[in-house]
Design a protein around this ligand. Structure first.
Ligand code: SAM
Ligand code: SF4
Length: 319
């Protein structure tokens, strides 16, 4: 369905857990997140009902995210059950990749055709630093596992961080020469407890084009997401730029987000949330609640104008 500004909303992103096996410094505090006693994760039944309601309103694309979606117990079953809902045309996941060697085969068989895998550096020491304890080789094992089972295209999400990985822009772009992957640079967003980290480390994605002038824009008439795609001459893969800060893409926004604890976020960059569980208990159907969320999507975000710090951490929202 269309929102008040004529945008077709067909994409639901669901954070299915706020737990994670890493602690990326821009996403989560080191000690993890303490849950309030009344906070509860949406159950699989609730997630499935919500998706069915979304489909009745025109949603045809689902992304499972987190936290780390692969640490949620029963993930393969959840994927299978979502894949069986008539009307879902695209079912995807954003993951740090670490558990893909364990799950990729079953996930593919359950209907997950592609994944986005996060990777901010090719340097094992820096990887350990940014994730607080991760091992780089685990991510590459995850990428290899996804490839081996035929997930395609594999999209690598790279948060561009000043004085951390801007000296690796060339390496990331050159990775697409021989690998048929999409490397997507994402601008660092100031969110939650990690806003302090983001303060001096933001770098516009324009930097990528400045450093790699050989990148040529790709015209993609079937483009569905916010990434603008480029390619090196003769490269097998592509380079995407996702610019939520420098050039907001609000006029093309096609999504609503659901947090782990069942709050619908009409806009990523706003603290305004709709309490799915409470409204459902008060008698509203999931369809009515989703309609409210779609109708309350703002025209655009004001992240560049507001000094206000957003409260939620990314691991609860899912990116
Ligand atoms: N654990 C999974 C992963 O890392 O891919 C899924 C959840 S993670 C929150 C989803 C995406 O959000 C990742 O690509 C991550 O790099 C990105 N992300 C987290 N915090 C961010 C921030 N402050 N600014 C920009 N992107 C962020
Ligand atoms: Fe975990 Fe993903 Fe957040 Fe890193 S970005 S801490 S992997 S949820």
């Amino acid at each position: 369905m269309k929102d008040h500004y004529g945008r077709k909303i067909n994409y639901m992103r669901i954070s299915i857990t706020d737990l994670c096996n890493l602690r990326c410094v821009y996403c989560m505090p080191e000690e993890g997140i303490e849950k309030h006693p009344h906070q509860k994760n949406l159950s699989f039944e609730e997630i499935l009902e919500l998706i069915k309601a979304g489909v009745s309103l025109g949603v045809n694309k689902i992304r499972l995210t987190g936290g780390e979606p692969l640490v949620r117990h029963g993930i393969v079953d959840l994927v299978r059950q979502i894949g069986e809902i008539p009307g879902i045309e695209d079912l995807t996941m954003t993951t740090n990749g670490i558990l893909l060697p364990k799950y990729a085969k079953d996930l593919k068989a359950a209907g997950l055709n592609r994944v986005n895998i996060s990777l901010d550096t090719f340097d094992p020491v820096k990887f350990n630093e940014i994730t607080r304890w991760g091992h780089l080789e685990d991510v590459f094992a995850g990428i290899a596992a996804a490839k081996a089972v035929g997930m395609h295209p594999i999209k690598i999400n790279t948060v561009l961080i000043k004085d951390f990985n801007d000296n690796e822009i060339e390496t990331f772009v050159n990775y697409t020469r021989d690998e048929a992957v999409y490397v997507r640079f994402i601008e660092l967003m100031p969110l939650g407890e990690s806003s302090g980290f983001a303060e001096n480390k933001y770098l516009s994605n324009d930097e990528v084009l400045k450093r790699m002038p050989a990148l040529t824009p790709l015209l993609m008439p079937d483009k569905t997401g916010p990434a603008e795609y480029y390619q090196l001459p003769g490269a097998k893969g592509r380079v995407g730029l996702i610019n939520p800060i420098s050039k907001h893409f609000c006029s093309e926004c096609n999504r609503i987000r659901v947090t782990t604890d069942g709050k619908i976020k009409p806009c990523l960059h706003s603290d305004y949330e709709i309490d799915l569980v409470a409204l459902h208990q008060s008698g509203m159907t999931y369809q009515e609640i989703l309609l409210q969320a779609i109708n309350e999507k703002p025209e655009k975000h004001h992240i560049n104008e507001d000094e206000k710090q957003l409260l939620r951490n990314m691991n609860e929202i899912g990116g």
